[in-house]
Design a binder for this molecule. Sequence first.
Ligand code: ADP
Ligand code: ZN
Length: 726
Amino acid sequence: MYAEVLIEYSAKSIDKTFTYIIPTSLSSDIKVGMKVQVPFGNKIINGFVTNIKDSYNDDYELKSIVNIVDKYFCLNKELMELGTYLQSKTLCTKITAYQTMLPSSLKVKEQKTNYSKYLTYIKINKSQEEIESYINKYPRRTKQIEILNSLLKEKKILKNAYSSSSLTQLFEEKLICEEKEQIYRLNNHKIENNNVSFTPDQQKALNSIDINSENTYLIHGVTGSGKTEVYIELIKRVVANNKKAIMLVPEISLTAQIVNKFYDHFGDDVAIFHSGLSTGEKYDEYLKILRDEVHIVVGTRSAIFTPLNNLGIIIIDEEHSETFKQDSNPRYHALDMAEFRKRYNHIPVILGSATPSLESMARALKGVYKYIAMPNRVGKSSLPTVEIVDMSEEMKKRNMIFSNVLKSKILDRLSKKEQVILLLNRRGYSTIISCKSCGYTYKCPYCDIALTYHKSSNNLRCHYCGYTIYKATECPECHEKALTDYGLGTEKLEAEIKKTFPSARVIRMDADTTRNKGSHEDIINKFKNYEYDILLGTQMISKGLNFPLVTLVGVINADGTLNIPDFRSGERTFALLSQVAGRAGRSDLKGEVVLQTFNPENFTLKCVKDQDYMKFYNYEMSNRHKLDYPPYYYLTSVKIASKDYDLASKEIIKVKNYLFKNLSNETIILGPTTASMFKINNVYRFQIILKYKKDPKLFTTLKDLDELYMLNNKVNIEIDNNPLQL
Ligand code: ADP
Ligand code: ZN
C-alpha cells in the first residue's frame, strides 16, 4: 500500500504530494486526512495523507512513512473538500488551506509539545490486607498511615494535596500508584434559564426559518431587537434533532457577552474558539469537538473550520463585519466557507445584522437569500434619537473636542447616574507631532506614514510596522523647542475628559488597554457593574455590547472613517455609527446620540441620523452602480510587492500585460497604481484592480500568474479576491 503525502517544505510552498510506502505496522491505522511523519531529504517532517492507493508506477525508489503523528486527529472528508474549495477561492496552496483550518497546536509543523492537561491523583495499589499489615508494622509512620486511611475512604486524592516526601515511601513500597486524568482548561456550567416569551418579531423570524432547508436567511434586525434569542432557540431545535451548530461572532470583545449567554443555556455543550485563548485552551476545545462531546461551537472567523460532524446550522452574527474576511494569506471569507458547508451538509445558514452588507442585502432583495426583518426593539426600549452637530461652528466658540450640546448632555447623565459611551476611532494620544518652527513631522522611516504619539510611554509609534522612537524635547531637524501635537487619539481624549469632567469615572478600551488576556471582559464587566461613568474607545466598543444604564452615545469625530478614500468608507461609516448608536437606550431609559462632524450635510450621516438603512442602501447602491463597484461587479486586486522600487514598478507592468493577454475582454483592468498603503516596512506595493461580472478565464489566469512568481524571492505577488480595501 502507498500513500500520497502533502508536505510543507519551503517558505514559498508549492503544492506537491510525494508517494511513500505504508509499512505493514501502520497499514491498519492509516487514513486519508491523517498527519504522518515522513523522511524528506535528510530530515523527518510532517505531512497530510491525501490519498491511499494499491499500486505505484514510477520507477524511482520509495521511502516509507515513519509514523502517525496523532492517531485521534484526522481531517475528515468534509474538511478535505473544504480545503480544496478554500484553495479555489483564494488561490492559496493546499497545504496552506489545511493549515489554516487547524488550531495552531495541530498544524503540521508543530510536533513535540503535548498540549493535554492532566490532574494527577494517587490511589491504593494493594489489597486491603496488605495495607493493614503495613499500618500494623510501622505504627510510627503517622503521616503515611493518615494518607493510606484517607485513600481507603476516598479512593482517589489529588497528588499535590500531600508533600512529595511523604509519598515517596508509599510509592517505593508500591502501596499507592498514580492515576492521570485529562482535564479541560475551560469548563462551563449551565444556569437554569427562565425561557423568555418571544416578541412578535422573534416569533415571526422563528416561524420563517426552516431548519431542515438548505436556505440562507438574512435577519435584518435593528440593534436590540433580540436576535441572539432567535439564534439560541434555533440552535436548541437543531440540537434536539441531535445535530450540531456553529455560531460565528465578529470579535473577541463581543464573544464574552454572547459566550456567557450560550453557557447559561447550553453549559458544557459549548466549545469556544477565538484568538484570545491560549494554545492549550484551543487544543482542549478542539479535542471536545473531535471526541464528539459538544454540539455547539461559538467563535470568531476560523471557527467556521471546526470539524463538527452532523452539522445542522451555521449562524453568522453581525454578518457585515469585516473581521469575517482574513486579511492575510489565504484571504478567505467565512461566509464563503459557510456556503460550502451549507451545500455539503444540506443545512441552513443564518446571517444576522442591523446593517447588512450591501452584497447580502442585494442578494436578499433578489431572493437568493430569504429576508427576515426585525424592525422593533424588545420590550419598552425604543431606538435612540440622533443629533448631528456641526463642529466648524463649535470651533468658532473654541470648542475643539466637546461641542456645547455633548458637554451639557454628559453633565446631565453624570448627575442622573446614567452612563455614557464615547467613540473615537483612533488610538494613541495625538495623530501627529510636528515642529511649529520648521514644519518637520515625525514619520516612519519604513512606511510612508506619520507616527502616532503615545503619551503614557512618551514615544511615537508606527501603527503599521510597530517602529517606535522616543519623542525628543526639541525638533530633530531645527532644534527649536517647538514640537506640537495635532489631532486627537483615545489616550488624549481620556485626559481631556478627566479635565473637563473631573468627577467622572472614566475607562478606556482600545488596542492599547486590551493587550492582556481577559482585559476586554474586565473592562466590560467593570463598566456594566457601574464602576465607571464613561466608557471611551475605538470601534471595539461599538458592537454587540449591552449596558442598560447607557443613555448617551457621543461620536467625537464622525468623519474619521468617512474621509478614508475607499469605495466602502460610506458603508463602513454607516455600519459603525449605527452600531454605536445602538448602544444607547437599551432598557426603559430613552437613549440619545450626538454625532460631531465637519460634514453635517453628508448623506451617509443623515441616514444614520434617520436610522434609515434602506435610504442608505438605495443611495449607496446607485453610487456603486455608477462606478461599477460591488455588488454590481466583482473585484480582484493584484499587487506586486518588493523592497526594490524599480523592480516592483517594472513587474507590475508585466503583470498588466499578462492579464491583458489572458483575461476576457469584458474584464476591466485598472492601473497600475501605487497601493493605498504604498510603503509598509520598507516594502513597496503597486496594484492592479480587476472588475468583472463573469470571467471564465479568471481563475486559471490568476493561478498561472501566481505560480510565475512562486520561486521569485525578490518580488511577491498578492492576489485578493473581493478585497475589502483597495
Ligand atoms: P440584538 O442582538 O438584536 O441587538 P439582543 O439579542 O442583544 O439584541 O437583545 C437585546 C436585549 O433584549 C437583551 O438584553 C436580551 O436579553 C433581551 N431580550 C431578547 N429577547 C427578549 C424577550 N423575548 N423578552 C425579554 N427580553 C428579551
Ligand atoms: Zn512603519
